[in-house]
Design a protein around this ligand. Structure first.
Ligand SMILES: Cc1ncc(COP(=O)(O)O)c(C=O)c1O
Length: 440
């Protein structure tokens, strides 16, 4: 395992990374942005090492992917074994055990004890698209309900489902039709109870779409890119009840919040919400590309044979990685570890907020924690994206990989790998504190 120590030998990014960035500019499309251009050579535990020999603390997990850590032992072992055996057959042509094993694990781990089946894909957006396909076939309806601040991906249908224009949608239309957006529960900004916020969303959808026209309602149980907004208690259960009453398929997009990130296997577990379909990706496979739709067996089976699939979906190497990642989560009780990391982060952020009133809200669950930066304004809190950018840059300069998010770009999100040692986590928050103290 790479040494678990922050150590900077050059400025960030260093000369070797800067030279590579010039090459990137020549050969990689400008549309593919890079937040922190240090070129990585090695990673594990809570450390990323770059080509200049700098060791940075990772508070992002490659956007909630390396939940079990980079190159986690069971992932490496399974992948190596699988690569030597075979790399691809296409499950739709000649099947293999790994795919079925992953689907069996998903049936066991996702919320609810009903009969479940899964289909595997490559990316989160692909999983969301397929959840909509399944819901449409199962219900014979077209309309899709999504929420303010939602993020579901960058393909055509998922761009329509995603709320934020820049950078995800600008210039890429026309978008898919029959997608309707409702107000979400955002306790910091709306001050509503979960029940009140659900009544508002239901009224909006009833009036503007009609419950009987909705194939599905897709929701992130904790919003991801939209700002780590945790809906007020009661919001999700009330929506689930309404969906049940009107035959609307409830799709929980757990792509960012799933697989131990929030201190449970899935964020829906917190309130005992049982979705009809769950989409997963990111943390499922320790860094290899894998995604899934898991749901009620009768819903999943409503699609004709050949209607779901894709050349690489459920690739054997990615499945082997997922089985390794799940083994790591079970063996090390990573849900409990996420709760411990969450408690540490929350107490560090609460102390920081005492000194920096710009930290207007602290929210999240487990190892999915965020702060929203605002200044007081005449009509309520004014997003302070400039301060978020300044603090983010200061963290990067000092060797901590932090991420921002949120509709206004003013939310700092913390998503450390669950393999990060305690002392490294504390040190990372010392750096965050210093970044707040040295920026204005
Ligand atoms: C909640 C959610 N859904 C869908 C996606 C899209 O996943 P992918 O980037 O793998 O297509 C993301 C990615 O950030 C996400 O956070």
């Amino acid at each position: 395992m790479i040494e678990q120590k922050r150590h900077l030998v050059t400025e960030i990014p260093g000369p070797a990374s800067r030279a590579r960035l010039d090459r990137k500019k020549t050969f990689v499309a400008d549309g593919v942005g890079t937040m922190l251009p240090v070129f990585v050579t090695e990673a594990g535990g809570g450390i990323l090492r770059d080509v200049d020999g700098n060791s940075l603390i990772d508070l992002g997990s490659g956007i909630a992917v390396t939940t079990v850590g980079n190159s986690a032992p069971a992932v490496v072992c399974n992948v190596q074994r699988q690569v030597e055996a075979f790399t691809h057959t296409c499950f739709m042509i000649t099947p293999y055990d790994g795919y079925v094993d992953v689907c069996e694990q998903l049936a066991e781990l996702t919320p609810g004890d009903h009969a479940k089946k899964s289909a595997l894909f490559n990316s989160g957006a692909e999983a969301v698209e397929n959840a909509v396909k399944i819901a449409r076939v199962a219900t014979g309806r077209d309309a899709v309900a999504v929420f303010d601040h939602a993020y579901h991906g960058r393909t055509n249908l998922t761009m329509a489902m995603t709320a934020k224009n820049m950078p995800y949608k600008q210039g890429f239309g026309p978008f898919a039709g029959e997608v309707y957006r409702a107000p979400v529960s955002y306790p910091f900004r709306d001050g509503l109870t979960g029940e009140q916020a659900a009544a508002r969303a239901i009224d909006h959808l009833d009036k503007q779409v009609g419950a009987g026209n909705l194939a599905c309602l897709a929701i992130e149980p904790i919003l991801g890119e939209g700002g780590f907004v945790v809906p007020a208690p009661g919001f999700l259960p009330a929506l689930a009840e309404w969906c049940r009453a009107h035959g609307i398929v409830l799709v929980a997009d757990e792509i960012q919040s799933g697989f131990c990130r929030t201190g449970d296997w899935f964020a829906c577990d917190d309130e005992g919400v049982v979705p009809d379909l769950v989409t997963t990706a990111k943390g499922i496979a320790g860094g290899l590309p894998l995604a899934a739709v898991t749901g009620r067996a009768e819903l999943m089976d409503s699609v004709h044979t050949g209607g779901l699939g894709g050349t690489y979906g459920g690739n054997p190497v990615a499945c082997a990685a997922a089985l390794g990642a799940i083994e790591e989560m079970r063996t090390h009780d990573l849900a409990a570890r996420a709760r411990g990391i969450g408690a540490t982060m929350r107490s560090r952020l609460a102390a920081l907020a005492q000194d920096h009133p710009v930290i207007a809200d602290i929210r999240g669950r487990g190892a999915m924690m965020a702060i929203e930066l605002c200044t007081p304004g005449p009509d309520g809190p004014e997003p302070d994206a400039a301060r978020a950018a300044a603090v983010n840059a200061a963290c990067h300069r000092n060797g901590v990989v932090t991420l921002t998010c949120g509709t206004w770009g003013n939310v700092f999100r913390f998503l450390p790998p669950l393999s990060i040692p305690d002392d490294l986590l504390q040190e990372a928050f010392d750096v965050v504190a210093e970044a707040f103290a040295t920026t204005a």
